[in-house]
Design a protein around this ligand. Structure first.
Ligand code: BMA
Length: 384
């Protein structure tokens, strides 16, 4: 009888939502900080969309690595909530990325942004491990890079049994060393979002949809996550699955490695024409719906204006992303141009219309991330 009563009580509590479990990252051993970040982002996506900017803390069109400098801050007075960084060429053991950014300085800025209370995301334009071996063939600009799609054997060649599996392990070791070095002031691992092998639905990277099979793509993901999580015991990573433009959920999920591997369903889509708003609306509808079903985060992890529209932020991007629980929207880097001739007009990082996007109650910058206390820190008044 007593047991029956207790069971009834438990059922009641569960039904009333009391015992409802908060979603957790795919990594069952995720650190406390990583779980907190995941759960904060889950909640925050219903409040608004965070703004992210790639390499925002590293350089702008006409400046290079200056303390506390940021194009976003210069434009609207606040840092982006999400800071993006690129790891391409870390796999080669280089000191600088494919964009000439020092990895030591990237690690520094990751720590700074984390201390401020912001969110970190890392991308990886990994070189082509197979075609880069053929040194005679490296004449074309794309040869041997992430963009070299001249062979369809690349993914198979780095998986177990493949000729370059050991080489790929070395690459992952180098990444692991970098990840392990990302510690906060107390020596605890800094949680971050990792988005490797991105834009799978396109065929412009060696891991693209027509360059490897979906099975190989999924195996590549699983191998990589197992390496960091199980072999290297790294538990501060949230993994973002990512495609380029897609028109259906079926197309989006092609090659999906599984809910036990992935934490975020993200999408990259640049505005290349009038149809963009509708296409984005369609894609965000099914991606965010699917993410809710699977208890995953969401992001429009790369986007940008390509038509020269002065009011793109307010009239195209904001209306669409406001409709859905999108975790963050990130625009790409302000490529440093050291040799801009005196004749040219200085390039403006953000149009005036960006202020409208910033002022919208639906968008969240660093100030709002700090207010939301994403990392549930006791002292939320972090010096900025
Ligand atoms: C691309 C371009 C490249 C850059 C790469 C990695 O989309 O911006 O110039 O090298 O991202 O940041």
């Amino acid at each position: 009888m007593k047991i029956l009563k207790l069971t009834f009580l438990f059922t009641l509590i569960t039904l009333s939502g009391f015992g409802q479990k908060l979603p957790v990252p795919a990594d069952k051993k995720a650190t406390k900080e990583t779980v907190i970040l995941f759960q904060s982002l889950c909640k925050l996506k219903n409040k608004g969309v965070m703004y992210g900017h790639q390499d925002d803390l590293m350089y702008g069109y006409n400046w290079w690595y200056e303390k506390d400098r940021s194009d976003t801050k210069e434009s609207v007075g606040d840092y982006p909530a999400v800071a993006g960084f690129e790891l391409g060429h870390i796999e080669l053991g280089n000191e600088r990325s494919l964009d000439s950014v020092s990895f030591i300085q990237i690690a520094e800025q990751i720590k700074v942004h984390y201390r401020r209370g912001g969110v970190i995301t890392l991308s990886w334009h990994a070189n082509n491990p197979l075609t880069m071996q053929n040194k005679d063939n490296l004449t074309n600009r794309q040869k041997g890079t992430a963009w070299d799609v001249s062979s369809k054997e690349v993914v198979a060649s780095i998986l177990p049994g493949g000729k370059y599996n050991e080489l790929f392990n070395t690459w992952l070791e180098r990444l692991a060393t970098f990840f392990i070095g990302l510690k906060d002031d107390k020596g605890l691992p800094i949680p971050f979002i990792f988005r490797p092998f991105h834009e799978h639905s396109g065929s412009f990277f060696w891991w693209g949809t027509n360059i490897c099979t979906d099975k190989e793509y999924s195996a590549l993901w699983r191998y990589t996550v197992n390496f960091f999580r199980d072999k290297k015991n790294i538990h501060n990573i949230l993994y973002a699955y990512n495609t380029d433009r897609v028109t259906s959920l079926e197309q989006y999920m092609k090659g999906y490695p599984g809910d036990d591997i992935i934490d975020m369903l993200s999408l990259d889509m640049y505005d290349r024409g009038e149809q963009f708003g509708g296409e984005l609306d369609n894609a965000l509808a099914f991606v965010t719906r699917e993410a809710i079903t699977r208890n995953k985060l969401t992001a429009l992890s790369e986007t940008g204006e390509r038509r020269g529209m002065p009011d793109w932020w307010s009239s195209v991007l904001l209306p669409v992303v406001s409709k859905y629980p999108v975790g963050y929207v990130l625009t790409w880097r302000d490529t440093f141009r050291p040799k801009v001739s005196g004749m040219e007009k200085p390039v403006q990082s953000f149009p005036d219309d960006f202020k409208y996007f910033y002022n919208s109650p639906r968008t969240l910058f660093l100030k709002e991330a700090i207010e939301a206390n994403v990392y549930l820190r006791n002292d939320t008044k972090i010096p900025r």
